[in-house]
Design a protein around this ligand. Sequence first.
Ligand code: CA
Ligand code: CA
Length: 110
Amino acid sequence: MRFQLFFLVLAGLPLVLHAQLRGTGEYLARMDANRDARVSPGEYQDWLSYAFDAMDRNRDAVLTADELPGRKGKPITRAQHRERLAATFKKQDSNQDGFLSAKELAAPPR
Ligand SMILES: [Ca+2]
Ligand SMILES: [Ca+2]
């Protein structure tokens, strides 16, 4: 479980989620907090920060080595994590309209 969370935070976010959720509609619905049938950058970051928060046991907004699987690795801040998510979001937004549709969410990471 711990390893899965780590993978979710730092690596192939959509890949892991694909394995767990069936159907792009359901995938979108889980992230779509305001129910406008599209995912904004903020919704994307919030949803994918849950794993980070779950691992950040002392709530200092930094994942340090002792909080990472295997108790090693470079520290990562919550802000850095969100920046990475923002970059991933932009890559997934294939029509560049600033939102992810169900189809864009379901596309393999590029
Ligand atoms: Ca921490
Ligand atoms: Ca889009």
